[in-house]
Design a protein around this ligand. Structure first.
Ligand SMILES: [Zn+2]
Length: 393
């Protein structure tokens, strides 16, 4: 009985299932060395449920044992000038706002360590990063004396690591027992009441409002709006200082501090439950229309013999190919991250190629997986004197 799902965020029974996808790869960013391995990659299902009590959205059929975060998980966005400019600005903002100079920072889910390296470099801070997928060779030698990395998931056993600033970017959405995780973070901070906690995740209000189906994939089992994220933090002993959306409203950030006992008043942005419930109710019909439109565009181009490539080979591209079921109409996915070149897309098997490959391939249509990179990609195509039709999600 789906009605019996209990919310992993607030503990209330009665989550409502509103979206299902079958047969999606259980990893989107994994490097797969052959087309055969890619086609045979394990699949799982997505059953998104909404909690009317707190607004949390979760894939309630998620099985963490099917995901893999290792050195062959290649998720970095650090080869994009657009992303790097954003990342640097974010680091500077946090350094300035919380006077992060000569301080200790801790990052949970640091990926390849780019953000903690920025905090160390720009604020002269020291840091410890946790991530099973971290790779030493990605950190500049000049920073290695100030940074330490633990190739493991952060957990209770690391609670002896104390810091002035705890950050966790694009990680909470990969965790299913979200309340349990946040209580671990809160217990580790203990009575260090000045510790600032910063989290960044995808923002779900936009995803359900616009039916951003490309942002729904297996690794992302947990989805928050400003209100549901604020409620999770308050319930686990934090005061919420700030909630913001950025990067074309795709990212949601929260800044919080351990509560001293007297709950603070909710911020205006936390009052979003009714609107979110409406978007969730409208989602299935809107999503069907949007998926049909994209299928029509791809099939039509394909039927006219036009060559289509995806620009972007990460999670959004995986979701695009599997949710629409158009894998057989597209031969290649382009990526600017050289670490991904020569590998294959999980379950649909497209080869991942460099932008330079397009000079030879001469695509007729380029579908951009994230419109935020449209200018950057258009410039790259211009430089190669390519003039394909550009479509963007
Ligand atoms: Zn809930």
């Amino acid at each position: 009985m789906v009605e019996s799902y209990t919310c992993p965020s607030c503990g209330t029974r009665g989550m409502q299932v509103f979206h299902q996808t079958e047969s999606v790869p259980t990893n989107s960013c994994i490097l797969l060395g052959s087309r055969e391995e890619a086609l045979a990659y394990p699949r799982g299902r997505i059953e998104l449920a909404f909690c009317p009590a707190c607004g949390f959205i979760s894939n309630m059929t998620f099985d963490g044992r099917l995901t893999e975060y290792s050195g062959r998980y290649e998720e970095t966005q650090g080869f994009s000038e657009t992303f790097n400019a954003f990342h640097r600005k974010l680091a500077n903002r946090l350094i300035e706002r919380y006077d992060l100079h000569d301080k200790d920072v801790l990052e949970i889910g640091c990926g390849k360590g780019e953000f903690i390296a920025l905090l160390a470099e720009l604020g002269d801070n020291r840091g410890v990063g946790f991530d099973p997928g971290y790779r030493e060779e990605r950190t500049a030698d000049a920073l290695t004396d100030r940074l330490k990395f633990v190739k493991d998931f952060y957990s209770e056993k690391y609670s002896s690591y104390q810091a002035d600033f705890v950050c966790c970017k694009m990680t909470l959405e990969h965790i299913h027992p979200v309340s349990q995780f946040l209580s671990t973070v809160r217990r580790a901070i203990g009575d260090h009441h000045d510790t600032v906690v910063f989290f960044q995740i995808p923002e779900v209000m936009r995803i359900v409002r616009d039916c951003a189906f490309e942002d729904i994939y297996y690794e992302h089992c947990s989805y928050f709006s400003p209100g549901s994220l604020g409620r999770l933090f308050r319930q686990n002993g934090f005061d919420v200082m700030n909630l913001e959306t950025e990067y074309a409203s795709q990212y949601l950030t929260i800044e919080a501090k351990p509560s001293r006992g007297m709950p603070t008043a909710p911020l205006a942005q936390e009052n979003d439950l009714a609107l979110l419930a409406r978007y969730v109710a409208e989602f299935p019909a809107k999503c069907r229309t949007k998926l049909d439109e994209w299928r029509r565009r791809v099939r039509e181009a394909n039927g006219r013999g036009r060559k289509i490539v995806l620009w972007g080979s990460g999670s959004k591209a995986v979701s695009f190919l599997t949710t629409l079921g158009v894998g057989d109409s597209i031969e290649y996915a382009v990526d600017i991250n050289p670490y991904r070149h020569g590998y294959y897309m999980p379950t649909t098997g497209q080869r991942i190629v460099s932008p330079a490959f397009l000079k030879e391939y001469q695509p007729d249509v380029v579908i951009i997986m994230n419109a935020v990179y449209r200018d950057e990609i258009s410039r790259d195509l211009d430089r190669m004197a390519l003039r394909p039709e550009i479509l963007a999600l």
